[in-house]
Design a protein around this ligand. Structure first.
Ligand code: SF4
Length: 517
């Protein structure tokens, strides 16, 4: 127990069978005090949120709101083992994400017909699909783009692994087959269970992920349109998103979507605001590329969960519309550059350099810090963080439609699960070379059709290139099917039997966290 990396047996912090940990991690005086100050800051955000009577009412109206009690614990899980600059980078990200989600919730409840019923706010709200890049909101500075699925499903599971089990059961009770991906199934379940806030002048849904997602959207849009009177636009992104001959169609779809929003809200598209946001997206891309460049060296700084969750939020939900994210990008780069100059390590031992590929388990996103703390496997980057690096035009209006369409088609979950062999397989091996990776951790989301059937091709190439390929099975949002320990055991088994290694921190190899948040 000291300020040194790996000085604490992290597995000892878990209370067997418990929801929360035994105690907080001791990181040396300076880092423990810093960590505690961020804990207080998060408690402050939560307190400010809950003293609004409408938000308190929402705790009782919406079943999924109880998961937000676990925010501090979720941050603890993602900061496990971190010290110095990595701890600060992590908190910079989570402070902002927590604040942003609290704002999203406050706005949803304010406009919600069940709670605040603020018609003015509702009339300038566009409901967003959680699976879309919110690019088409970049030119509407006076409208609110709010996603209902993000806080009720996506963030809820991040906070509490068991968060959406109830909604999965509801969807199945209504006849949905149990082998559907838990994400769209849970979203449909929330809608069936009457557990979405109801508001909005209109909604925009998308086809960016898969047929499962289209099914979920179908259920939700029928309710929105036929029961709540909220018209929906279906924004269709092309499947072969890299091909030249689909770009014109995709740009036209973007024009149609913007026209739909203008008609339904009475607000006009503002090019000045769009280009301001485009500049911010470009700067965020430059920062991310700098972080990735560091990860190609012996001294990576922004990796694993620090990279993955922040990139997702920054590109999907923000899309250049919130200046605070640019401030955070700059702060993270400054911290990372300083740490890089000092050759600061992110964990105790570096044994393997890994690329994380496939769709991550949402109920176990802290698996990435576990990899580095338990086995010394550096999760350098992941599939979802290798999002578009295209520089958006900052002044050409026609080109802007193509840029928006490009970003939308390259939404983080689908930019590699759709688009063909090149983006899913060939690019992976190129990244392995660029990042000097000797290992690939391949998430196998068992209900995801997108990667099914590719096993042999991944294995054949990995063997040819001498890369250790570890399949890690999960069921995205349903830990009842594959618990967290089974996820860990896929790695434990490979490390012990194939590589004959002993863990860096043996206390983490087997954890009793099946009931934990
Ligand atoms: S994880 Fe796979 S099955 Fe689930 S929504 Fe994404 S692409 Fe579809």
């Amino acid at each position: 127990m000291s300020k040194e990396l790996g000085s604490e047996r992290l597995g000892d912090l878990y209370k067997p069978g418990g929801k929360v940990r035994r105690r907080r991690e001791w990181r040396g005086l300076r880092d423990t005090l810093y960590d505690y100050s961020r804990w207080l800051h998060i408690m402050g955000i939560l307190a400010k949120f809950i003293i609004v009577p409408r938000n308190l009412k929402a705790m009782f109206r919406y079943r999924w709101m109880a998961n937000y009690l676990a925010v501090p614990m979720m941050i603890d899980r993602h900061t496990a083992g971190l010290r110095g600059p990595q701890l600060r980078i992590c908190h910079t990200e989570y402070d902002l994400i927590t604040y942003d989600v609290a704002q999203l919730l406050s706005n949803l409840f304010k406009g919600d017909r069940h709670l605040g019923n603020d018609k003015k706010l509702s009339d300038k709200t566009v409901l967003l699909d959680e699976n879309e890049m919110t690019v088409f909101m970049m030119g509407f500075p006076n409208l609110k783009g709010l996603s209902r699925e993000t806080p009720s499903v996506y963030v809820s599971v991040l906070l509490n692994q068991h968060a959406v089990e109830h909604y999965l059961d509801v969807a199945q009770e209504y006849g949905l087959t149990p082998d559907v991906c838990p994400m769209p199934a849970a979203e449909a379940g929330v809608s069936m269970d009457d557990d979405f806030p109801v508001l909005g002048a209109c909604a925009v849904q998308c086809n960016t992920t898969c047929d499962g997602s289209l099914m979920g959207n179908g259920v939700i849009s029928k309710r929105l349109e036929l029961e709540d009177g909220v018209p929906c636009f279906q924004l269709a992104a092309p499947m072969r998103h890299e091909a030249d001959d689909v770009q014109e169609y995709a740009a036209q779809e973007m024009k149609n979507c913007i026209k739909f929003i203008e008609e339904k809200t009475g607000h006009k598209w503002d090019w000045d605001h769009y280009f301001k946001c485009a500049k911010q997206v470009n700067e965020s891309t430059r920062h991310r590329q700098e972080w990735l460049d560091m990860s190609k060296t012996d001294y990576p700084q922004v990796i694993g969960a620090n990279l993955a969750l922040y990139t997702e939020t920054n590109y999907m939900a923000i899309c250049g519309r919130v200046p605070a994210f640019l401030d955070a990008d700059r702060k993270i780069t400054k911290l990372a550059e300083e740490a890089y100059r000092k050759k600061t390590k992110v964990c105790k031992e570096y044994r393997h350099r890994a690329i994380i590929w496939g769709v991550q388990s949402q109920y176990y996103t802290e698996f990435l810090p576990w990899l580095q703390n338990c086995w010394g496997i550096l999760p350098l980057t992941d599939m979802l963080s290798m999002v578009s690096t295209r520089v958006l035009s900052e002044d050409d209006k026609e080109m802007a439609y193509y840029d928006m369409a490009w970003l939308n088609s390259h939404m983080i979950m689908r930019n590699r699960t759709h688009g063909g062999y090149k983006v899913l397989l060939d690019d992976l091996w190129e990244f392995c070379e660029e990042f000097h990776a000797d290992m690939v951790i391949l998430w196998e989301h068992m209900s995801c059709k997108a990667l099914t059937g590719m096993h042999g091709q991944f294995e054949e190439k990995a063997r040819e290139k001498g890369i250790h390929l570890i399949w890690v099975s999960h069921d995205l949002m349903d830990p009842r099917v594959i618990p967290r320990q089974d996820v860990r055991d896929d790695v434990n088994r490979y490390m012990r039997t194939v590589l004959r290694e002993e863990p860096v921190d043996p206390s983490l190899e087997v954890l009793d966290d099946v009931h934990s948040w």
